[in-house]
Write a protein that binds this ligand. Structure first.
Ligand code: SF4
Length: 778
């Protein structure tokens, strides 16, 4: 084994110097911005000659320890570490304070060694971000003592580091020898795999539009893994939009394990806290949960046991956790550091406080990012970076508030009324978020945080988790906190609007262009590949997802023959809102005619449940002999399974569903299980005041307000829904696009190039030239 193992000061200390209980109890913590501002203010108070942000490095055998100390005062020979906090410092758990001291001592040891100092004064400075006061703990210490502590912690980490280096060498060797698990790549899969590999080794970003059926999961994962040794990637993150997206990843990884040599890839599946928790409803602290008690004392044993299993899914992590009586959820978070492929939802990397992104930055990992079904990221990211305050949540908090919170909450109520009191219309967008409103929310969150912290620390607490009142307060607290956080970031990428309904008003910071938030996330990845069956036009996704200008876009050839799919446009029907009533009869007629011409299983998609109800009502009244079943609002998992179970190979009938809903993407009904789809809508989002405002902003930003707000998102849903029909090379089917606007060249250009769209009265439309060709990878 050669080379060095690099570890951050924080990583080293968290591994070796943590003991005792897990305490994720409610503690009012500063936001990242408040933390940075607190650090800067504290550093600015230091005198001339003060040295800020010292980069330090130390060696211990093959360990290289790196870190950045906050500041050094050469006049006082004092090394300082700043930690921001909110509220009573006494509530900080002792093991957290111990961790801070351990970090400071590591910096002290490295500074003494670097400058030949015989000793120095260590100062742990806690900065209260509420009143900007400092509480300082000092300790003079000799260099020899610091070196002894440095060596001690390093020695405790060394055996693990040796093991990790061996694992990495083995992993990279195994990856170099890894071969594609099938005899050959499918049509289109090779094109995709080559493009992904080139992007990965070139450190580029890539958008891949590839039809269902070519094996996108293995076609992206295999080349990304092959690039790991060459690009010296630490980890690959495979991010999915839905839980169901994990299964194909699991399946692909299992196939890699069938070669001659034993696999050497540690894979971790991230799971939500609710799914992993063994004691739902309890607080994550020693008082309430036995798996939090002594967590850090048993973590090392649980970690060692866990990584003996290469594929760490929910069950295997749980087994290791319970064998050593530690919490499975927090063990999973710890295991991120030691696994090679992490599979999880988008939010683990893109959310405002995403753990994968935080750890990547902190440890300076080189990561390869794979984003599955990437068309979903746009809407998901908009949600992540939007914030609204729900009047009913605030009303619940008001009812639950103890006297100490009445005043700050009353102030919020007053300011809340003020922002909509003068608003004449039910909806209005405003140029800025009123400072006084935010100030009242900040004050309320501070008071709420104090209250919740006191409650959770109270020794006489009778229940192991928060009470109903506390839950109401907590829900509002988190909403208000997120609102304040997004107000700090407010800019051209977002709208601030207020929607009035009766006497209540909902203020909302609405993210329109998530690209501004996602750009720095993508910048932390060594390479990023986003793929989906619908990523057209490339410029639309590249811009709104914040990908670099240099991002390549490829459209992978479909493995299907155009003769497999008959695509027809029905131009005599308009599904525009004002034509809906007139459209019902012709749609019913068309569906019945198609069904009688070729009986079998069909899906019919509509723009809304109201439209679906109207067509279904008439269909049932006029066509009694064709079986129908329908999607309803808020279906449970069992109900969704029941809907899909009607599509049997020998069955026949029409399932009514809404476009963009649970049955419009991500479902697989091969062969005779689905032979056709009716799509009675262009999928355009509703024209309302919010969307008009979004359109105006997108027009101002990109000059394509209509396309970016309505046309592209709408057609993306149409193509996804139509994609349910042909799933294998032997499938044959029909898609009927019901609306005269499908005839327009601007709309047809957004339909897949391999479709041959039939003209009314015979013949086919010529396929439009590919607008995205200038993005094609060289
Ligand atoms: S088991 Fe549940 S309550 Fe206990 S620490 Fe884990 S997540 Fe928290």
């Amino acid at each position: 084994m050669s080379g060095a193992y690099t570890v951050s000061v924080r990583g080293l200390c968290e591994f070796t110097a943590r003991s005792g209980d897990l305490s994720a109890r409610f503690t009012p913590a500063p936001t990242a911005q408040q933390g940075i501002a607190g650090h800067q203010r504290a550093a600015a108070r230091r005198g001339p000659g003060y040295q800020r942000e010292l980069t330090l490095e130390g060696r211990h055998h093959l360990l290289k320890v790196r870190g950045r100390a906050d500041g050094y005062d050469p006049g006082l020979n004092r090394l300082e570490e700043f930690k921001t906090h909110r509220g009573d410092l006494e509530r900080m758990p002792a093991n957290q304070r111990g961790l801070h001291w351990a970090q400071l001592k590591m910096y002290g040891a490295m500074l003494c060694a670097k400058r030949g100092l015989p000793g120095l004064e260590l100062a742990l400075v806690y900065v209260d971000i509420e009143n900007d006061t400092e509480t300082c703990f000092r300790e003079p210490i000799a260099a020899l003592e610091l070196q002894r502590e440095f060596d001690d912690l390093c020695a405790r980490f060394l055996a693990w580091a040796v093991r990790e280096m061996a694992h990495r060498e083995h992993r990279d060797r195994w990856l170099i020898g890894l071969t594609f698990p099938h005899a050959s790549l499918r049509s289109g899969q090779r094109q995709m795999a080559v493009a992904v590999y080139r992007a990965a080794v070139g450190g580029e970003a890539l958008l891949v539009e590839a039809p269902t059926g070519i094996g996108k999961t293995i076609g992206s994962l295999f080349p990304m893994l092959k690039a790991v040794p060459r690009q010296r990637l630490d980890k690959v993150y495979f991010l999915v939009a839905k839980t169901s997206g994990r299964e194909p990843v699991r399946h692909a990884l299992e196939q890699f394990g069938t070669g001659a040599e034993a696999p050497a890839l540690r894979v971790l599946e991230l799971i939500a806290k609710e799914a992993a928790c063994e004691f739902p409803g309890r607080a994550c602290e020693a008082q309430s949960c036995p798996l939090a008690r002594g967590f850090y004392d048993r973590l090392a044993a649980a970690r060692t046991l866990a990584i003996e299993t290469l594929h760490l899914d929910r069950n295997s992590v749980r087994r290791a956790a319970l064998a050593h009586q530690v919490c499975p959820y927090y063990l999973t978070q710890e295991l991120i550091r030691w696994c090679d492929v992490i599979v999880g939802d988008y939010n683990y990397f893109f959310d405002t406080r995403a753990i994968l992104h935080g750890l990547t930055q902190e440890n300076q990992w080189r990561i390869g990012l794979l984003v599955d079904e990437a068309h979903n990221l746009l809407a998901r990211a908009r949600d992540m970076y939007s914030a609204s305050l729900v009047p009913a949540v605030f009303a619940d908090a008001l009812r639950a508030a103890p006297p100490a919170l009445w005043r700050p909450l009353a102030e919020v109520e007053r300011e809340w009324r003020a922002i909509h009191g003068t608003q004449a219309n039910a909806y209005a967008a405003h140029a800025f978020v009123p400072e006084t409103f935010i100030a009242s929310l900040r004050q309320a969150t501070t008071s709420l945080a104090e209250h919740m912290a006191q409650e959770s620390a109270a020794p006489e607490r009778s229940t192991p988790g928060p009470s109903t009142q506390d839950r109401a307060l907590l829900t509002f607290y988190f909403q208000a906190l997120h609102f304040c956080r997004m107000s700090e970031e407010f800019g051209g990428h977002s709208l601030f609007d207020v929607t009035q309904q009766g006497a209540t008003a909902t203020p909302c910071i609405r993210c329109v262009n998530p690209g501004d938030f996602l750009r720095p996330r993508f910048a932390t990845a060594a390479t990023a590949v986003l793929f989906s069956a619908t990523l057209s036009p490339g410029a639309f996704y590249r811009t709104l997802l914040g990908l670099p200008e240099s991002t390549a876009w490829i459209n992978v050839a479909s493995p299907f023959d155009q003769r497999q799919l008959e695509v027809r446009i029905e131009p005599r029907i308009s599904t525009r809102y004002h034509d809906r009533a007139r459209s019902l009869g012709p749609i019913v007629e068309l569906m019945a005619r198609q069904y009688r011409a070729r009986p079998g299983n069909y899906l019919a998609f509509f723009s809304s449940f109201d439209y679906l109800d109207a067509v279904l009502g008439l269909f049932q009244a006029r066509v009694a002999d064709i079986p129908v079943w329908r999607q309803t609002r808020g279906m449970s998992t069992a109900e969704r399974a029941g809907f899909l179970a009607r599509f049997t190979p020998t069955g026949a009938g029409i399932g009514f569903a809404v476009l963009g809903g649970a049955f419009a993407e991500g479902i697989d009904l091969p062969g005779e299980r689905l032979i056709g789809a009716f799509i009675a809508t262009l999928g355009l989002p509703q024209v309302n005041q919010v969307n008009r405002e979004i359109e105006r902003r997108l027009e101002a930003l990109f000059g394509s307000g209509y396309e970016y707000t309505y046309l592209y998102p709408g057609l993306q849903k149409v193509v996804q829904a139509a994609g349910r029909v042909i799933r294998t090379a032997t499938d044959r089917g029909t898609v009927i696009l019901i609306d005269d606007r499908f005839q327009g060249a601007r709309v047809r250009r957004l339909l897949p190039g391999w479709w041959q769209v039939q003209r009314q009265g015979g013949g086919a439309y010529l396929n439009a030239p590919d607008d995205n060709s200038y993005y094609l990878i060289k």
